[in-house]
Design a protein around this ligand. Sequence first.
Ligand SMILES: Cc1ncc(COP(=O)(O)O)c(C=O)c1O
Length: 383
Amino acid sequence: MKGYYFDHAASSWPKPPQVTEAMVKWLESNGANPGRGSHQSAMEAARTIYRCRVSLAELFGIANPNDISFTANATEALNIAIKGFLHQGDHVISTGLEHNSVRRPLEWMRQEKQVSITYVPADKQGRIQLDQVEKAFHANTKLLVCSHASNLLGSILPVEKLAEMCKARGVRLLVDAAQTAGAYPIDVRSMGIDMLAFPGHKGLLGPQGTGGLYLHPEVEVEPLFHGGTGSRSEETSQPKTRPDRYEAGTRNTVGIVGLDQGIRYIMQETVAVIREKESRMIRILMEGLQDLNGVSCLGPPVGEERTSIVAFTVEAKDPAEVAHQLDRNYNIAVRAGYHCTPLGHQTAGTLGTGAIRASIGYFTTIDEIEYLLHAMREITRKS
Ligand SMILES: Cc1ncc(COP(=O)(O)O)c(C=O)c1O
């Protein structure tokens, strides 16, 4: 369905043409199960998956590609990391900006495993104070888990500083890179990230059904899933070797073929160029929205760092109604509601109302932004 797509923070679209081409070519030429046989087609499938692991390792500064496991999305990666790393009675620190994909597994651990949680609050613009993080550490704190960037406010968290604080206390750091992977520089070694959960279908420009989890070689996580890996089949327990330990069952080979092309495209363009273009475009969108009658943008002010999203409210208008008008009258796709982050809305002061979120990608054009602004101008005029 063609139209004006401003929902890249949910899933990016369109994808670079080579993503689609490689997936079609793969489906036409090979449907074998990776690593489940020694025939040539299965070996080629396994090699193809490995190539994507290598691309991801290069993009994220990961020394050993086998420390990356493929998952279906960021949520699965976060569940594996949170449920497999924490033990009964541990304490975990998180923030008041988290997506339900962090919050719900944490709350499940609280209920089922008596894990205690401290959510460090953020200010209305989505910034956290390091002295408040400092105060949140307890003797039994084992993990700090946070989003790299808020999927509502667009604010970017100071991951390097959090990593230093964690390291000084022997606490591990899990980063949810759902809003930054592919669109913002990430180097796990220089940033001190112990675990990185990422989707393949957003900034990495791959298809839905792809994602992954990086685990530092010294971080031990109990697998969430158990089953066939095509390796050590005579043993009753899950193999200790990575990535098989976390990859029970057949992987999404065709999706990973597409993901690899998305990552190669990003590396060719460079994350720096993507980031520069998206920052410039989101600034134009935000400045245009702020000029409109009754529109208030959430998150950091213009000029401060933010990702490629801008959430906003319109005075006396229901966000769902505005999104509906944009969709039906202008063929513009934005997302209204709570964006799976009631915590973020509580922080922003929009828990009662929700907000409208427009998110852009590398292929968003200035004409599309002008059209969204034109539509919003008409909608706000009709109040
Ligand atoms: C911050 C954040 N975390 C996690 C997720 C979940 O990602 P996925 O849909 O790949 O599971 C999202 C998706 O919007 C997100 O924005």
